[in-house]
Design a protein around this ligand. Structure first.
Ligand code: KG4
Ligand code: ZN
Length: 345
């Protein structure tokens, strides 16, 4: 089955062609960073207008790279929730237009489920159950993927997402936009033990997170200083802050696996591209005898290959085909029932 994926939920315009669910024939990502840089964050209206400008050429390039025409495909998958509504509407409208022109079936894909799909997409031998730590700009969620492949939520952030916390810290430290990658490179040159920032909710039972207090701790530290931090101090602050975020993420993910009786963890979402998080989770899983799947960085940040792969899975099961679906800024994801989330307790 040959599926075209379209992803426009935030500020990356993405299209990909995937064959037989797991073979990526092409994956094109056009980042809008330049358009948002001056505002130090994503401006929703600019994002929507950039998607309108970029989505046609990006789809065309994805088809050309895969050496295919629209008529060669078996279906189209498009992200329709959650995300910036103006951005989502561009992808959904284009997918509906392509359906009208070609008659191909279109499946609406949940962006969070697509990130979850990046785990089996990069490890074909993986079998559920497993735990997934999804860390992105808008979400920080621990999922348990059960034996029937259904994903349920074990815990999530009560305020800021991990990516948002890194983006805001980068702003406070004057590291520019996009913040996550800037924190990654500054932190790699700094001392993670320079300052002992708080580890929010680390010892709180359960699998919820909170990162807004950590951002405040950094803001207070900077406000109390009398001098502007040197480049070396900024690197040390970035490293110490990132270490606090990583400590909480890694410890909660490992406990989620141990406590729900699974021996595999997958890491997904844009923050999964972070070097320190990737190495610390790998080390901790090794120490605990757990397996870990961390996709290549280009499958962690937003991309349409994960959307096309999930769309293929849905079309194979005929769970949803063209039915005039809508776009939605939010989505509901079920919490795990007690028996699933506390198997060992
Ligand atoms: O999944 P994603 O591309 O978009 C959303 O669904 O939100 O995640 C974007 C987030 C942003 O907060 C960005 O700063 C962060 O992922 N990010 C990183 C890195 N690359 C992207 N954070 C830390 N280190 C990175 N290397
Ligand atoms: Zn995402």
């Amino acid at each position: 089955m040959l599926i075209l994926g379209i992803e426009t939920s935030c500020d990356d315009t993405c299209a990909a062609v995937v064959s037989e669910r797991d073979t990526i024939l092409s994956s094109i990502v056009s980042s809008q960073h330049g358009a948002h840089e001056a505002y130090r964050g994503v401006v929703p209206e600019i994002a929507a207008r950039e998607h309108i400008r970029l989505v046609g050429p990006v789809i065309r390039t994805a088809l050309e790279k895969a050496d295919l025409y629209l008529g060669d495909l078996d279906g189209i998958a498009v992200t329709n929730r959650p995300g910036l509504i103006g951005s989502l509407l561009v992808g959904v409208s284009v997918a509906k237009g392509l359906h009208l022109a070609s008659g191909l079936p279109v499946v609406p894909v949940n962006h969070l489920h697509a990130h979850i799909r990046s785990i089996p997409l990069s490890n074909a031998d993986l079998n559920p159950p497993y735990v997934i730590l999804l860390v992105s700009g808008g979400h920080t969620i621990l999922f348990r993927v059960n034996a029937d492949s259904e994903a349920c939520v074990l815990g999530s952030t009560r305020d800021d997402a991990a990516g948002e916390a890194l983006d805001k810290a980068a702003n406070l430290l004057g590291l520019g936009y996009p913040g996550g990658p800037a924190m990654d490179s500054a932190a790699s040159a700094g001392d993670p033990h320079y300052i002992g920032f708080p580890r929010p909710m680390l010892k709180t039972p359960g699998f919820d997170f909170s990162f807004s207090g950590l951002k405040t701790a950094l803001a207070v530290h900077l406000a109390e200083r009398r001098t502007t931090p040197s480049k070396e101090e900024i690197n040390n602050l970035a490293a110490s802050y990132l270490e606090a975020v990583v400590d909480v993420l890694v410890e909660k993910a490992v406990s989620a696996a141990v406590e729900t009786g699974v021996n595999e963890i997958g890491l997904a979402g844009g923050v999964a591209a972070n070097s320190r998080l990737r190495s610390r989770l790998t080390e901790e899983c090794d120490a605990q005898g757990l397996s870990v799947t961390i996709p290549p960085k280009e499958l962690c940040t937003d991309n349409a290959a994960m959307v096309a792969s999930l769309g293929t899975w849905m079309l194979e099961r005929e769970t949803s085909t063209w039915n005039g679906f809508d776009a939605s800024a939010t989505c509901r994801i079920e919490r795990c029932r007690t028996s699933e989330s506390r198997i060992r307790k």
